[in-house]
Design a protein around this ligand. Structure first.
Ligand SMILES: C[S@@+](CC[C@H](N)C(=O)[O-])C[C@H]1O[C@@H](n2cnc3c(N)ncnc32)[C@H](O)[C@@H]1O
Length: 262
């Protein structure tokens, strides 16, 4: 299984994903991941940025609204079409292209920074994704990305809940079993059945890597580790959106920022 085959899966997910996420059902993104990512992000005003695996462009638009001059790529034509349509409705100066993270159609050092919001763990050629990000970022520039947490989003994972349905532990296993394209079928858990009825589930291929594999890969590529976060929703956020309460028990996501030496 290579990135092109994975891309076909994502293209098949793109219509439903765009519709459901724009309707507010990607709650881990909206209540947890995106706010935490932007809390950690350095000032990007006036910088040239590349968003890798941009989907329908939600987070790219937030980067552009922070003043970054954004280019964004995704392997799925359907996602890129939706992103371009949003750009036509509300121009933010974002240039979208259909391309793969493992062969970026850009010159060396073309960008001040690169981002990857929840996309890198879905691509089998992990080393090429990191190497390409390193190549297109200028010396002194940075890469910041979020992934599902390698330690807690494992092959086996089950939430343990008390009698009130409140998660108090997460059972994990299979951490060392590199996932090489296992299909996971799911939809946004916050979407009620009447919304998801008749909507095909997302078929997502997973390529799990251990925490040490991720960190060693970044270091071996030449990046300097700068900042790491494991976002936890506050009690207030968990009250507003009970779905994300399980992320109070263990971190479900990992955010990393690395810098290319000047
Ligand atoms: C979980 S979605 C995240 C989308 C978006 N970044 C967001 O935060 O909403 C993963 C994205 O990675 C994209 N993707 C998967 N493989 C890719 C590849 N080889 N190159 C570029 N994008 C890829 C998918 O098409 C999808 O849009």
């Amino acid at each position: 299984m290579d990135h092109k085959e994975v891309g076909r899966y994502w293209n098949g997910n793109a219509e439903a994903w765009t519709r459901l996420s724009r309707a507010g059902y990607d709650v881990y993104r909206d209540y947890l991941n995106t706010p935490a990512f932007f809390d950690m992000l350095p000032d990007v005003e006036g910088l040239a940025g590349l968003d890798v695996g941009c989907g329908e462009g939600h987070n790219t638009r937030l980067l552009a609204r922070r003043g970054a001059r954004m280019t964004a790529i995704d392997i799925s034509k359907v996602f890129v079409r939706h992103a371009r349509e949003a750009e036509e409705r509300e121009p933010l100066g974002i240039a979208y292209r259909v391309a793969s993270a493992v062969e970026l159609p850009f010159d060396e050092a073309a960008f001040d920074f690169a981002t990857g919001f929840m996309s890198f763990m879905d691509i089998p050629e992990t080393d090429r994704v990191i190497a390409e990000a390193y190549r297109v970022v200028r010396p002194g520039g940075f890469l910041q990305f979020s992934i599902t947490h390698p330690c807690y989003d494992t092959l086996h994972r089950r939430n343990l809940r008390d009698e009130n349905g409140v998660a108090y532990a997460v059972e994990v296993g299979g951490y060392y079993d590199n996932q090489e394209g296992d299909v996971q079928e799911w939809t946004f858990s916050a979407a009620p059945p009447e919304v998801t009825e008749g909507v095909p589930k997302f078929g997502v291929r997973r390529f799990g890597r251990t925490l040490s594999q991720w960190l060693n890969l970044l270091v071996e590529t030449g990046f300097l580790l700068e900042r790491v976060a494991e976002p936890r929703p506050s009690d207030e956020v968990a009250r507003q959106c009970p779905t994300v309460q399980d992320a109070q028990v263990v971190p479900l996501f990992l955010h990393i920022r690395v810098r290319k030496p000047a």
